[in-house]
Design a protein around this ligand. Structure first.
Ligand code: ADP
Ligand code: MG
Length: 253
């Protein structure tokens, strides 16, 4: 299997705070990696570096064979121009904790916005594709609703459809169910599970251990800017080797 995501020796500081202290991670094509770890361990920052929303201080990341945010010439790295960064970003879908839908746009408009404006897709084609995606997340009847008229679970499913509209090679989820009422968590996790079953490559930051057990090919436990432990769900969740993993799991299980 080829690596869809290849992260090597990534370091990231915010001022004197070392947030990522040498991250190495490979995610194969079609694989689901679930990232666990206490608050402040660097999970969101790691996801953001994969999308070049944060620049790394050292190390490098490649997605689908392309270096993220840079190009290499004569063994030197040159940062991409903003336009090329945006273009590269369209290949990676990002789903946030708080949905981040455009409040003044309908569900349909939210989904077609990027395909039409960033990818210059014909509007009719974008609409047809958006309608298919809405059916896929179970919201075919909500195309003309505004985000405020939807439940949190429905809004998050729209956000997933919006991410899929760019036909990304990789999907990143940052605690996609943390802002939801408990009874709405399942409907969002079910959509993510379906995507996993269809072979979508994903990195999912979540505290949902049951989901990790069921869906993850690999579970990554982060603490203080490092990957402390990584393995199959059984290895990491049932037979953790590190004290910090055990302590974390005893709190969330
Ligand atoms: P997690 O997602 O695991 O909770 P984060 O990646 O959000 O962790 O944050 C890791 C650390 O980096 C935290 O101490 C946080 O306060 C800090 N941090 C995150 N983003 C910034 C930023 N833009 N500027 C300064 N510090 C930040
Ligand atoms: Mg976070």
């Amino acid at each position: 299997m080829t690596a869809m995501v290849d992260i090597r020796s990534v370091h990231k500081n915010f001022g004197s705070l070392e947030v990522l202290r040498g991250i190495d991670l490979e995610v194969s094509t079609g694989e689901v990696a679930v990232v666990l770890g206490p608050s402040g361990s660097g999970k969101s920052t790691l996801l953001r570096t994969i999308n070049h929303l944060e620049k790394v201080d050292s190390g490098w990341i490649s997605v689908a064979g392309s270096l993220v945010g840079y190009r290499r010439r004569n063994d030197k790295l040159y940062e991409l121009r903003e336009r090329d960064i945006l273009k590269q970003r369209t290949r990676i879908g990002f789903v946030f904790q708080n949905f981040n839908l455009f409040p003044h746009l309908t569900v349909l408009e939210n989904i077609i916005e990027a395909p039409v404006s960033a990818l210059r897709r014909p509007r009719k084609q974008a609409v047809e594709s958006a309608e298919r995606l809405l059916a896929r997340v179970g919201l075919e009847d909500k195309a003309s609703a505004y985000p405020r008229q939807l439940s949190g679970g429905q809004q998050q499913r729209v956000a997933i459809a919006r991410a899929l509209a760019l036909e990304p090679e990789l999907l990143l989820f940052d605690e996609p169910t943390s802002a939801l009422d408990p009874e709405l968590v399942g409907e969002v996790l079910d959509v993510i599970k379906d995507l996993a079953d269809q072979g979508t490559t994903m990195i999912v930051v979540t505290h949902e251990i049951g989901f990790a057990r069921e869906v993850a090919d690999t579970v990554v436990f982060m603490d203080e800017g490092r990957i402390v432990e990584q393995g199959t769900p059984t290895e990491v969740l049932d037979h953790p080797r590190h004290e910090r993993t055990k302590a974390f799991l005893s709190k969330v299980l």
